[in-house]
Design a protein around this ligand. Structure first.
Ligand SMILES: Nc1ncnc2c1ncn2[C@@H]1O[C@H](COP(=O)(O)OP(=O)(O)OP(=O)(O)O)[C@@H](O)[C@H]1O
Ligand SMILES: [Mg+2]
Length: 216
């Protein structure tokens, strides 16, 4: 069953086409790596799939919905409950604790305080930052913040996780912990941008991008 279908996605900045007609499909639960040189359009593509940046052309279908044809309210709901996004730069709320950063999307989705905190703690433990849960996000190291961001992306049990170099600042052990959580067999579909061939090798298949287009 197809979860995500991208058809002819295009994005232009200042007249330059940085995503030049990308089509791809990802099945429910499938894990896919996206590789390509710096500046080839990976983040731009992810932002359109993640409903953060509107395409200049093409469609992005999530389940049965043409996502960008929906109202802003429905897109916001999809972003909150169906899509987990791990930003290239972790993007945590600096003055909140790590665990509040992770629990926040659950509260915003209407979840009760205690179970959200319990799940946040469990996710933080699994990526090896349980001991840092009460520290302000602004005081975390880059690698710690990256792991907290992965936990945050998973809190609402999304159907699709979009992760933009989620292990770029991690050592081998932390990378393993993040991949184990992100690429778990019964987990969400995942599209993970990476420059690391070892990370890509852990995904079900790898897409290669160059100059705004997929080459395989
Ligand atoms: N908001 C924007 N305004 C103008 N140009 C942009 C914008 N966002 C991205 N670009 C340009 O689009 C091109 C693709 O950028 P993008 O961030 O998608 O690359 P990337 O493949 O993610 O690179 P990296 O591996 O370095 O993260 C780059 O040349 C970038 O400068
Ligand atoms: Mg990028």
């Amino acid at each position: 069953m197809t979860l995500l279908a991208v058809e002819g996605a295009q994005r232009r900045f200042a007249g330059r086409e940085v995503v030049a007609g990308v089509s791809l499909a990802i099945a429910k639960g499938e894990t896919v790596a996206l590789m390509g040189p710096s500046g080839c359009g990976k983040t731009s593509l992810l932002q359109m799939i993640g409903l953060l940046d509107r395409p200049d052309g093409g469609t992005i279908q999530l389940g049965t919905l043409d996502a960008w044809a929906q109202s802003q309210a429905i897109r916001a709901e999809l972003r909150l409950t169906s899509i987990g996004f791990v930003f290239q730069h972790s993007n945590l709320i600096p003055y909140l604790s790590a665990r509040d950063n992770v629990a926040l999307p659950a509260w915003r989705a209407g979840g009760a305080r205690a179970p959200a905190l319990a799940r946040a703690d469990e996710l933080l433990e699994r990526v090896g930052v349980g001991g840092r849960r009460d520290g302000r996000a602004s005081e975390l190291s880059i690698g710690e913040a990256q792991r907290v961001a992965v936990a945050r992306a998973l809190i609402n049990r999304p159907r699709l996780v979009l992760a933009d170099e989620p292990t770029g600042s991690l050592d081998a052990e932390s990378t393993e912990a993040v991949l184990a959580l992100l690429l778990a067999n019964d987990g969400p579909a995942v599209l993970v941008v990476t420059h690391d061939p070892e990370v890509a090798a852990r995904a079900g298949r790898t897409l290669h991008m160059r100059d705004g287009k997929l080459t395989s």
